[in-house]
Design a protein around this ligand. Structure first.
Ligand code: X8Z
Ligand code: ZN
Length: 623
């Protein structure tokens, strides 16, 4: 199983674990703007605005520290007591956010002369659901918590378990079956159970959520909640821009899809996989069919050529989790970037403790006090974790570089930047050239078959993911814009159109298959992953050019390139203080400010040529 790039940044400010409890605690707290329709205030006094923002900055940073600390304590020691303390802090934070919104609303940000102050106030008043009356504010958070709860508590019976005794499979178990089982009946069972137990019980709640989310957005001056989600990209043409990048990926995706389908027909036969049709969603190694890495052994070319995996070598050399993190740090210092601060080494959790329950998903934390940065990772000595540690540390580098910005600018230039940068670093690390240079891989890295196999493996994780990453929010935009009738058929229309994937069994409007993905019930945006995917390759290409790389892009390693490090520090230092297009200008030294799929296409170019030869007698299809 190859999952090279996982983990994510853990921005305390957006993270509310148990919002349901928050609103129990909140109780009857009243707010002065109850039932007031949001409108821009009249205050245009620059001095007062500056004073308000200074106070906000201090208080928000302090809040981020206290909430973040309570979340860290819970995530690394999951007791009921720690959970209660965390919830108490989150209640205070939620109150603070709503109060901040109402104070910011007193200003007419559009008329404030100072551009920095204007931008700050704009961020504060045009985001979130603070504009809703208390009742609805509480209701929508309650709905989201209930949907998250339904999602978290789904349990499924195993296939062929006739006595129905052990019906306790959780998502993690189901994911394991989807990854490893090659029995199409078992896979269809798991797929059906998961989708039947997530969507239908939350459908009514989801419809009400759509209604209230749209109301909040209208209060904020948007047409609907989808427009508000896109507003974070500060680009009126955003939908067209991403659509164009996606179109350009089509020829490559179709070749890839056609090749994968041919291999799957061979494995499962024409009754499961139609030789010229779309792919059924249950045989792609992943419950959402978003990442196909787990079927690598079925579909890979050159099955006898060894895969690049340095796990054995790491163990032979006596690697430890600490050494993995030291090696990651050395990667960044070799670029001239910052070493990890002492607090990082003192407080990070880089191994799974034996004596207590912890949340093991890898994450990088910014405690917003300009001192305290940590990684939480249950590191094992294996290649996957070596890459993850570099990825997480790239998030910490971003935190360190934008630390001197005001609170609201201590963030990625747009929602895709953090993941984009972290994954660009991973591209350089999960790379035969780099692994050879750090003494973990000794085979010939120029061999043609090894390279094609490597690129094919990357395509299963990255190229297969592109349409899925793109369509999740396309669907949400459609629902917010056009309403909640035909939600499920809309979902499958997008999936067949963009991914070329169909459900393994008939579906109806009783189902809500999009809700099988956590980001839908949890109200978490998804387009950022598509944007991050493009940025990852764009940033990687620029860094490689700066490092003087010649040859195919996929073999580039930026290790020890001070010039690549300088570019990284330049784009990270500005955080969110500049428009992301200006950050792309900095990245490209003025050459371009466009989001583009060209670098991704370039990365996979050798595979594309190879696929065209392999598919010369095939009828191409795909998205
Ligand atoms: O949701 C996540 C992370 C949080 S940053 C767990 N990811 C997306 C997903 O799981 O679909 C990471 C990759 C894409
Ligand atoms: Zn990440």
């Amino acid at each position: 199983m190859m999952v090279p790039f996982e983990g994510c940044e853990k921005s305390v400010r957006y993270y509310l674990v148990q919002v349901l409890f928050i609103f129990w605690y909140w109780g009857s707290v009243k707010n002065v703007e109850a039932d007031v329709v949001a409108s821009v205030g009249t205050n245009v006094n620059l001095g007062e605005a500056l004073q308000f923002l200074r106070e906000y900055d201090l208080e928000a940073s302090r809040m981020c520290f206290t909430v973040g600390t309570s979340q860290w304590i819970y995530a690394t020691n999951m007791t009921d007591f720690n959970k209660r303390r965390m919830v108490e802090e989150q209640v205070l934070k939620a109150k603070f956010d709503k109060l901040t919104w109402s104070r910011a609303m007193a200003f007419d940000w559009t008329k404030i002369p100072d551009p920095m102050v204007r931008r700050h106030l704009k961020f504060l008043v045009t985001s979130g659901r603070g504009s809703l009356p208390d009742e609805k504010y509480n209701e929508i958070h309650h709905l989201i918590s209930e949907m998250k709860d339904i999602y978290a508590h789904v349990r499924v019976c195993p296939y062929d378990n006739n006595d129905k005794i052990y019906c306790d499979l959780e998502l993690e178990d189901l994911s394991e079956i989807m990854a490893k089982s090659r029995n199409p009946l078992e896979l269809a069972h798991v797929w059906k159970e998961w989708h039947d137990k997530t969507g239908p019980p939350m459908k009514n709640k989801f419809m009400r959520y759509v209604e209230i989310a749209n109301q909040a957005s209208k209060f904020n001056g948007f047409q609907d909640a989808g427009e508000e989600m896109r507003y974070l990209y500060e680009d009126a043409d955003f939908e067209n821009v991403v659509a164009e990048t996606f179109q350009r990926l089509q020829p490559l995706y179709k070749e890839f899809f056609t090749y994968v389908r041919k291999k799957l027909v061979k494995q499962y036969g024409p009754n499961v996989v139609r030789p010229e049709g779309p792919l059924p969603a249950h045989i792609l190694g992943n419950i959402w069919a978003q990442d196909w890495s787990n079927i690598e052994n079925i579909v890979t070319p050159y099955p006898n050529t060894p895969k690049i995996d340095v796990t054995d070598e790491m163990r032979r050399q006596g690697f430890t989790p600490l050494r993995i993190f030291q090696m990651s740090e050395e990667f960044f210092t070799s670029l001239g970037l910052k070493p990890m601060p002492p607090e990082f080494w003192r407080h990070s959790m880089i191994e799974k403790p034996v004596n207590r329950k912890v949340q093991c998903t890898a994450s990088a934390w910014d405690f917003c006090n300009r001192l305290d940065y940590r990684i939480k990772q249950c590191t094992e000595v294996q290649m996957k974790d070596l890459i993850t540690s570099h990825h997480e540390m790239a998030h910490i580098q971003y935190y360190l570089y934008y630390a001197d910005q005001p609170y609201l600018y201590r963030d990625g230039a747009n929602p895709g930047f953090h993941e984009g940068i972290a994954n660009a670093i991973s591209l350089s690390v999960y790379n035969p050239t780099h692994l050879h240079l750090v003494g973990l891989f000794n085979n010939d890295t120029t061999d043609y078959e090894t390279n094609m196999k490597f690129l094919f493996g990357m395509a299963l994780g990255k190229l297969a993911y592109a349409p899925y990453a793109y369509l999740v929010d396309l669907w949400r935009y459609e629902i917010f814009r056009n309403g909640v009738s035909n939600m499920n058929s809309d979902w499958w229309q997008l999936r067949i159109k963009f991914q070329g994937v169909v459900p393994p069994i008939p579906r109806s409007e009783q189902h809500l298959d999009a809700a099988a993905k956590r980001h839908i019930p949890a109200d978490m945006p998804y387009m950022k992953y598509y944007v991050a995917l493009l940025l990852e390759f764009q940033i990687f290409e620029v860094l490689c050019n700066a490092a003087g790389h010649t040859g195919p892009l996929h073999s580039c390693d930026i290790y020890r390139s001070r010039e690549a490090g300088r570019i990284l520090s330049d784009i990270m230092t500005v955080g969110r203080s500049k428009h992301w297009k200006d950050v792309l200008r900095i990245l490209t030294k003025g050459k371009s400010n466009k989001l583009s799929s060209d670098s991704m296409i370039k990365y996979f170019q050798p595979l594309y040529i190879w696929l065209k030869v392999q598919n010369k007698n095939e009828k191409l299809s795909g998205g």
